[in-house]
Design a protein around this ligand. Structure first.
Ligand code: SF4
Length: 376
């Protein structure tokens, strides 16, 4: 039975620890939260040692045919757009490799004309010599299309459900293929069948009541751990950040609640990777590392060409699918980013801070990271 079928039935017999997880999510006093944090810290040390893996996102394209109310790339936003060609992607990738990164996440909006599986595969083949670890965060694909991308050299895929609450989902995704909630929910299973070795899931916090989303996300994780066990599972808990379009979160999640949720997931799934992006402020990122975070992005740009200005001469303004040339002022500008970054420290500053916290920043590939852990 697919997870989407279990989800539709609303009962999760495979999620044995659901009562415990619900109790971990209940409001906590300060001493109770402290006890959770200690348990999460101890489990992280036991399962991951003192390593934190660094990666960088590389945006291929900010073209998108979907209207998602919360996203800067939404088709309805009149923003400066760009799709990098594979040579420009290589230029960006080389810049990140020179900074020390060996793990990269290729990100793109959903555009069936520009961001095809063949295009993504070409980009991967270009950057494969620089990166032993390549993951993608693009629109959900058919298993066959995912296979083309695995064959090109990607080993990881990230598909956030955004919100697991179907009503909220349909009120936030106003048009485009992304409106299909179930197609998206089934994407990790298709990716698994296609051979991805690392699968990332998550919810975008702020779109719906967080405890409900967290419970469904945990059920999804429990299902994948049981049925997609040959792949390594990661979970990410991004919070909404300011973006073009000016959407403000209806269900904001506080720092304290975010800490509690990280601890709860670490306690329930001690073996799962927890990923933290530069959406969060430096002080909070530093605080979350000892509590279970195992992968952090660093030095991130969320605009295509953001690292090297690649492709800037082809910038154009697109709103509702209508392409307009940029004004002279805009021609000298950058493509619009997906959201505002909160942690603007350089990758080296972040690596230094990780060391100060008593952890080893790992720039290399996943196996090497795990080998370091098992010998720690
Ligand atoms: S969230 Fe993804 S699909 Fe939606 S507008 Fe942004 S890039 Fe497009």
């Amino acid at each position: 039975m697919a997870f989407s079928d279990e989800f539709a039935e609303g009962s999760f017999p495979f999620f044995r620890e659901q009562a415990r997880f619900r109790s971990l999510l209940e409001p906590k006093t300060a001493p109770e939260l402290e006890a959770l944090a200690q348990e999460a810290h101890d489990l992280t040390a036991q399962f991951f040692g003192k390593t934190v893996r660094l990666f960088a996102p590389l945006y291929l394209s900010n073209e998108c045919v979907n209207v998602c109310r919360y996203c800067g790339f939404s088709r309805s936003n009149p923003i400066l757009r760009l799709t990098l060609n594979p040579e420009e992607v290589e230029r960006e990738a080389r810049c990140l490799a020179e900074q020390g990164f060996r793990s990269i996440l290729l990100v793109a909006g959903e555009h069936p004309k520009w961001v095809t599986p063949g295009y993504v595969a070409s980009c991967i083949r270009k950057i494969r010599p620089y990166f032993p670890s390549i993951a993608i965060e693009i629109a959900p694909l058919e298993a066959e299309e995912y296979r083309e991308i695995v064959d090109a050299g990607a080993e990881g895929v990230v598909v956030y459900q955004e919100t697991y609450l179907p009503e909220a989902y349909s009120s936030l995704h106003l048009s485009g293929p992304k409106r299909d909630f179930v197609w998206r929910l089934q994407a990790p299973e298709r990716a698994y069948r296609a051979g991805f070795r690392r699968i990332g899931i998550g919810a975008l916090l702020g779109l719906a009541p967080w405890r409900q989303d967290a419970f469904a996300l945990a059920a999804h994780a429990a299902w994948l751990l049981k049925h997609a066990w040959r792949s390594y599972l990661t979970i990410s808990l991004p919070r909404l950040r300011p973006a073009a379009g000016g959407f403000s979160p209806e269900y904001p999640v506080s720092d304290r609640e975010l800490v509690q949720l990280h601890c709860a997931l670490r306690i329930l799934f001690p073996q799962v990777g927890l990923v933290l992006s530069t959406r969060e402020a430096p002080s909070l990122r530093d605080r979350l590392i000892p509590l279970g975070v195992t992968m952090v992005s660093a030095g991130s740009r969320t605009d295509p060409g953001g690292y090297t200005s690649a492709g800037r001469d082809r910038l154009h303004r697109t709103a509702r699918g209508r392409v307009e040339p940029p004004t002279p002022v805009e021609s000298a500008a950058e493509a619009t980013g997906q959201f505002a970054i909160s942690d603007e420290r350089s990758p080296w500053a972040i690596a230094d801070r990780i060391r100060e916290l008593g952890y080893e920043p790992v720039w290399k590939d996943w196996e090497e990271c795990l080998a370091n852990v098992s010998s720690a």
